[in-house]
Ligand binder design. Structure first.
Ligand code: BTN
Length: 266
């Protein structure tokens, strides 16, 4: 099922943070909230944004690259459509924006799981206790360079017992870290509040934001192997730069990586 939800302009779906949303689409089921958002956003004007597309269940969730995104009952899967320029973020800052989304999610989730060691794994995975708690998929609608669809998948109350084996061993859920089921509306509101706060902060010089990214970085000090379009960079992670680049000390020099997949770390 795609795009058959209700568009409700200006609805507050739970908390002050969501007042800024101009459209909220709640779907019982969708193939992928990103796919729905890419589709629907073609008809949306700037004044309709930011918009939220939320699905109770995804039947064909998409991950980065050619990956699929599995999400069982109780997970949070949503997409936010926005225009970065509205927050003072130009195209050159899009790598930092991508990182900011993962960092905002990690920051917002941490209080729900005290002691859970919720971190950011560059570029924008949310990690806890060394396992994946959430992921982010950012896509521009075809033919547009002013708009982004920011898809976020978070393991909240879903049970990993139902997940495919390769996911079960590498994923974490917020409820297992918290020791009980959580109010998903509260989790959603916290993530969106942090996201909109951080996007506003990203549009200006903000040392506190950068310092938080560095504290959250799961890879700093670890040996990493990063692959980007067939090129592999191996070395020790030195942390995150002001522009969102990952600094890696290789045998020869310090490389600054703006995109890629961390294929190994230790
Ligand atoms: C990744 O880690 O590979 C990114 C996962 C992103 C998953 C979310 S769930 C909501 C949105 N809709 C999708 O199909 N994907 C993103």
């Amino acid at each position: 099922m795609r795009g058959d939800g209700v568009a409700v302009p200006g609805v507050n779906v739970g908390g002050d943070a969501l007042h800024s949303l101009r459209r909220v689409i709640r779907l019982a089921e969708a193939e992928s909230t990103n796919t729905v958002a890419l589709d629907w956003s073609r008809a949306w004007r700037s004044a309709d944004l930011p918009a939220l597309v939320l699905a109770e269940r995804q039947t064909a969730g998409r991950g980065r690259g050619s990956n699929r995104w599995w999400s069982g009952k109780g997970a949070l899967t949503f997409s936010v459509v926005l225009e970065p320029a509205h927050y003072g973020i130009d195209v050159a800052r899009w790598p930092a924006l991508s990182l900011a989304v993962g960092a905002a999610a990690a920051t917002a989730l941490a209080p729900f799981a005290p002691g859970g060691d919720v971190r950011l794994k560059w570029p924008n995975d949310v990690f806890a206790a060394g396992r994946k708690l959430g992921g982010v998929l950012i896509e521009p609608p075809p033919g547009r360079t002013d708009r982004l669809v920011i898809g976020v998948g978070l393991n909240v109350n879903n049970s990993l017992a139902e997940a495919p084996e390769e996911i079960r061993s590498r994923a974490a859920t917020l409820s297992e870290l918290a020791g009980g089921l959580l109010d998903r509306e509260a989790v959603l509101a916290a993530v969106l509040r942090q996201l909109f706060d951080d996007l506003a902060a990203l549009g200006v010089e903000n040392p506190a934001l950068l310092a938080r990214w560095r504290r959250l970085c799961f890879l700093t000090g670890r040996s990493v192997m990063v692959e980007d379009c067939g090129r592999v960079t191996a070395g020790t992670c030195l942390g995150i730069d002001d522009d969102g680049a990952l600094r890696v000390q290789t045998e020869r020099c310090v490389e600054r990586l703006f995109s890629g997949v961390v294929v190994e770390y230790a």
